[in-house]
Design a protein around this ligand. Structure first.
Ligand code: ADP
Ligand code: MG
Length: 345
């Protein structure tokens, strides 16, 4: 069944296993993700959680071991090697953390932006015009003739964004694009992504360690152990958009933006309970699910022969008395993913 037209990316139970010298590393373990067209999505997560692996699969640089991944109506697993090459060249742009990987040092900024268009066979006049448009869009019109070494870190990354957009991709993937710059520069780079998302309607996924990403994008998903664990969604209330006559009321706009963090359930109904809650209630590898008026309660097991081993090191010896009020805050965060119902088959 084809995706609804507003959906650009669907990952369904995505698994990636790396095998090296007889050892297996499970980098993605059943990851589900749906991204709408025109979305600006942040991905956060500890080192080794599978963020780069996911971007490489979405960018057609690597293939998953199992599961399903669809981008722009194409099943990436079914694409031939040649079709996957064309996909990489024309439909997706990449910005890497290491600047050296994004730009060729002996070419000028403009030549760097033109290079992917040359590879795609675009004629000279169009190439020149499009490169200039893109450099204007990332605020580098005045740096066209500069080489890599003559640019600041922030300018290099903005040039890299222009290079990534050269062939008008539907999707821009950025892997820790602010990892090697100071925080002010990081802010400028994130603002550039945001502006491109708003003006071009481009779908952008930014992987980052920077917690401030939450304030820059509409939706942030957190990956833990190769799976999406939580999701934070930015919501703008009516207040910000209220019109009085012809005038857009901006007063109080800051208060009108709220963030909601949700625990994500996968298609089998599994969720990752945040570590701090497991610790707070001394829940080991077994728990009791109790249905209450308010929702579902996870209770620690009192019988220590059943409770078995704690999942986490450093837990207290004696389980504390259950504290109902503390869990109350957890319930509104749990919700079914919207895509759960829409998923075909
Ligand atoms: P992140 O980008 O979140 O830091 P990665 O996706 O790079 O995480 O890695 C996820 C896991 O997969 C890690 O345990 C990493 O060591 C392993 N891994 C990543 N790439 C390879 C590879 N090419 N070969 C073997 N193991 C890999
Ligand atoms: Mg990485």
């Amino acid at each position: 069944m084809p995706e609804p037209n507003n959906i650009l990316i669907t990952c369904d139970n995505l698994v990636k296993i790396y095998k090296i010298a007889g050892l297996e590393v499970v980098a993605l373990q059943g990851l589900d993700l749906t991204v709408e067209r025109g979305a600006l999505l942040g991905i956060v997560g500890p080192s080794g959680s599978g963020k780069t692996t996911l971007l490489n699969i979405l960018g057609g640089l690597d293939r998953p071991s199992a599961g399903r991944v669809t981008v722009n109506g194409q099943d990436l697993i079914k694409l031939s090697a040649a079709a996957l090459d064309r996909y990489r060249c024309n439909q997706v742009g990449f910005v890497w953390q290491q600047v050296a990987r994004n730009l060729i040092p002996y070419l000028s900024v403009q030549e760097n932006v033109e290079l992917p268009m040359t590879v795609a066979g675009i004629r000279w006049g169009e190439k020149r015009g499009r490169a200039q448009e893109l450099l204007a869009a990332v605020g580098l019109s005045g740096r066209r003739q500069h080489r890599l070494a003559e640019l600041s870190g922030g300018e290099q990354q903005r040039a890299a964004i222009a290079v990534a957009l050269a062939n008008r991709p539907a999707l821009l993937l950025a892997d820790e694009p602010t990892g090697e710059v100071d925080s002010t520069t990081a802010q400028t780079i994130l603002e550039t992504f945001r502006r491109l998302n708003e003006t071009l309607g481009l779908t952008i996924i930014i992987v980052t360690h920077d917690p401030r990403i939450v304030g820059q994008v509409d939706r942030v998903v957190a990956i833990r152990d190769g799976k999406i664990s939580t999701e934070t969604i930015r919501q703008v209330s009516q207040l910000e958009r209220a019109m009085v006559g012809e005038r857009l009321v901006e007063e109080g706009a800051a208060e009108a933006v709220t963030y909601h963090e949700y625990v994500v359930l996968d298609s089998a109904g599994r969720l990752q309970v945040p570590r701090e809650y497991l610790e707070q209630f001394n829940i080991g590898d077994r728990t009791i699910l109790e249905v209450t008026d308010e929702g579902i309660l996870l209770r620690p097991v009192a019988d220590r022969r059943v409770a078995a081993t704690p999942l986490l090191p450093g837990l207290e010896e004696e389980p504390p008395a259950p504290r109902r009020r503390g869990l109350r805050g957890l319930w509104p965060r749990v919700r079914r993913r919207r895509s759960y119902d829409d998923r075909p088959g």
